[in-house]
Design a binder for this molecule. Structure first.
Ligand SMILES: *Cc1c(COP(=O)(O)O)cnc(C)c1O
Length: 419
């Protein structure tokens, strides 16, 4: 049984790795499709509803991705950006074409290796875009998460992430999420950009409202600010559309386009790769010599991300994410309606959704941890988000029977839980 005491015990057995993570007592060594195995318990498998925190977008060991990784490794694993790199231009053009409509030009992409780095790129972009007019401030949301670098934690609107790391990078202002008036009031002559997540992930699966997105676009247009979307967790088809804002705004006939978007997590399907896209108006803000990365956009990363995109396109995973997400959320809502004593509600879009639990006793283990561990015992991996939210971020190729299998496990786990 995975109790929180065994969790602490196991973390103490790791003596050579910095103790920055509170780990669960599980060691995963193999995966196939939507399942992963701990080799010490060969007959027990976990249904992976976490996807390594929204990363394993096409499941584990997908044959097309495995082939792409092995054949690229045999050809050329690394090559610096001093030269042209196989697969990089192809990946960039596939991404930019997704960001443009027939009436807009496609913009450009920069490649890096993680979400935090992609967000750093956005921060540097906003600084360069504002410097001629003396503007440098970036407005971000309370409850946001933008990575663990000094720039990322400075941008993040959560005190626990910043604690002990002062002095932070100057020039960030945090305002309540989904509150357009608060954003409007925070704009000054120093403001250069507004950066938000389309759906707050670490903050507990909180989607931006359609009015908020269109209101921020108008506000940024009025004040000549960049509207930057951190799509590291909510992007890359997770919501059933390429970008979460497309899903949020699909019932509106608006032509919404941000100025820049950061990407990572699902992009490489498990291979580390990050990127940010910049629209055509801001390409000149980062000319040669202003930004770079040794590993960014390397041949192996690009081959893998291209293969992930192939799978998403060929197997219709944009549509699958929507359909399976709808099925999952409907099933979670049903369970929530039967356990209103325990569950406050369900939030999210597509395969980025979360169960919001009622607060537990102050001295007890957080409800989110208790449910995540109860699901471990029943063979399902999920991700806690704060004390009260349990997130599902499964591979985009999850099947209906797998969704139903998870809902049964969830129903059983909540049946045995008391507040
Ligand atoms: C995970 C995440 C990041 C940081 O990504 P890393 O790859 O861990 O650096 C940044 N922003 C959001 C919204 C995230 O979910």
């Amino acid at each position: 049984m995975a109790s929180s005491s065994s969790r602490v015990a196991l973390s103490k057995t790791a003596t050579h790795v910095l103790p920055t993570y509170a780990r669960f007592p599980i060691r995963l060594s193999r995966g196939s499709g939507r399942y992963v195995w701990d080799d010490e318990r060969p007959s027990f498998r976990y249904l992976d509803m976490a996807g390594g925190i929204a990363v394993s977008s096409v499941g584990h060991a997908h044959p097309h991705v495995v082939r792409a990784v092995t054949s690229q490794t045999e050809k050329l694993m690394h090559c610096s950006n001093l030269y042209y790199i196989d697969g990089q231009e192809e990946l960039a053009s596939r991404l930019t074409s997704r960001f443009s409509s027939s009436s807009t030009s496609p913009g450009r992409v920069f490649f890096c290796n993680s979400g935090a780095e992609a967000d750093e790129g956005l921060i540097k972009l906003a600084r360069r875009a504002g410097r001629d007019s003396g503007r440098y401030e970036i407005i971000t949301a309370i409850g946001s998460f933008h990575g663990r670098t000094m720039g990322g934690i400075s941008a993040t609107g959560q005190e626990k992430i910043k604690d002990g790391f002062s002095p932070l990078l100057d020039g960030f202002v945090h305002v309540p999420f989904n509150d357009l008036e608060a954003a409007e009031a925070a704009v000054t002559e120093r403001t250069s950009a507004i950066m938000i997540e389309g759906i707050q992930g670490e903050g507990g699966i909180v989607p931006a409202s359609a009015d908020y997105l269109t209101g921020l676009r108008r506000l940024c247009d009025e004040h000549n600010l960049l509207l930057m979307i951190d799509a590291v967790q909510c992007g890359h088809f997770r919501t059933g559309r390429f970008q979460s804002y497309e899903r949020i705004l699909e019932d509106r006939s608006v032509d919404f386009r941000p100025d820049a978007v950061s990407m990572a997590k699902s992009l490489g399907g498990g291979f580390p790769i990050g990127a940010f896209w910049v629209n055509e108006s801001h390409i000149d803000a980062l000319p040669a010599g202003t930004h770079g990365s040794t590993f960014g956009g390397g041949p192996l990363a690009c081959a893998t991300a291209n293969a992930v995109l192939d799978v998403i396109e060929r197997e219709g995973l944009e549509r699958n994410a929507r359909e399976m997400g709808d099925r999952l959320i409907a099933g979670m809502r049903e369970i929530a309606s039967e356990r209103v004593d325990l569950i406050e509600g369900v939030r999210g879009l597509g395969l980025m959704c979360g169960l919001v639990l009622r607060p537990g006793a102050a001295d007890a283990t957080a409800p989110s941890l208790r449910l995540v561990e109860a699901l471990h015992d029943r063979g399902a991996l999920t991700v806690p988000s704060g004390e009260r939210v349990v997130r599902c971020l499964p591979p985009l190729n999850i099947t209906a029977s797998e969704v139903d299998e998870f809902l049964e496990k969830l129903s059983d786990a909540t049946l045995n839980m008391h507040n």
